[in-house]
Design a protein around this ligand. Structure first.
Ligand code: MF3
Ligand code: CO
Ligand code: CO
Length: 272
């Protein structure tokens, strides 16, 4: 397996797909409130992707080897659900946190991004987990530049999250992306500096740490998709797609509604 290098002709299409993914989250945001079900959010996302964006929801019927086809257009992972939560008929309630993970296909290119949403008023420790996970993702992103190694990204995320008292999920990782939903490389959210592949301009991959308040171990539910923390502790996740540029990185999954990067992100590269 090898890591594909995207060319300058590919970049505009990747930028469009990434922006559409982020704009889908913007569109959902005012609906993510107590009382709505994740099935209703899925319906809204599906219809917006297909009818407004004229794009394809990549998760719908996605079936990697060993998996049954995914039955919805988005992943909705509530509280102790780590990732790949399947939308259902249970209403969101005050105090919940939810990760919504979307991927759209536009003109053959994928845009994959996720955010955390807080429902109503949550305890300070819950807000802290969401914020630290967002910062952990950005600690990984700012390492991205030619000559850096994938292990630098994982190490930055792991040390930041563990110093905050949390654990990093090992079984799922970021991934190369482009014409395929998931391609090489695997982008681990833990590791050692200077190890694994060296980054080169034109590589495109996601950084999407899953951080648990408790222990890092996970379990898969009987539906074959939903991943939960084994100790039922809270879990949070954020996801961006990044392009390795000549000088550093470009975040591809940005839009009007994207939260600002944390203060420590000084050289914040935007599109073009
Ligand atoms: N969007 C997820 C990721 O970040 C993948 C979800 S696969 C699905 O890689 F089938 F559950 F949608
Ligand atoms: Co995703
Ligand atoms: Co992803």
């Amino acid at each position: 397996m090898s890591i594909s290098i995207k060319t300058p002709e590919d970049f505009p299409k990747l930028r469009v797909a990434g922006r559409l993914g982020s704009e889908l989250l913007d569109y959902l945001t005012p609906h993510v409130k107590a009382g709505i079900t994740t099935r209703e959010l899925d319906r809204l996302a599906h219809d917006y992707t297909v009818n407004v964006q004229q794009a394809i929801p990549a998760p719908l019927n996605y079936a990697p080897p060993g998996y049954t086809p995914y039955p919805a257009s988005i992943c909705t992972s509530v509280n102790h659900v780590v990732c790949h939560g399947i939308p259902n008929d249970k209403p969101l309630k005050d105090g919940d946190v939810i990760n919504i993970d979307v991927t759209v296909i536009k003109d053959g290119w994928h845009g994959d991004t996720s955010r955390m949403f807080i429902i109503g008023k949550v305890a300070p420790h819950v807000e802290r987990l969401c914020r630290i996970t967002y910062e952990a993702m950005w600690h990984g992103i700012v390492r991205v530049r030619p000559g850096a190694h994938l292990g630098d990204i994982g190490h930055a995320i792991q040390t930041f999250a563990e110093d905050a008292g949390y654990s990093v999920v090992r079984e799922f990782c970021g991934h190369g992306i482009g014409r395929n939903f998931h391609e090489d490389p695997q982008v681990l959210h833990y590791g050692r500096p200077g190890t694994l592949d060296e980054l080169r301009p034109g590589m495109v991959f996601t950084i999407e740490p899953m951080i648990n308040a408790g222990r890092r171990e996970i379990r898969e539910m009987a539906d074959g998709w939903t991943i939960v923390t084994k100790d039922r502790s809270l879990s949070a996740q954020w996801e961006h797609m990044v392009l390795v540029t000549e000088k550093g990185y470009e975040v591809l999954t940005l839009s009007q509604g994207s939260p600002a990067p944390p203060d420590f992100v000084r050289e914040f590269a935007t599109a073009a």
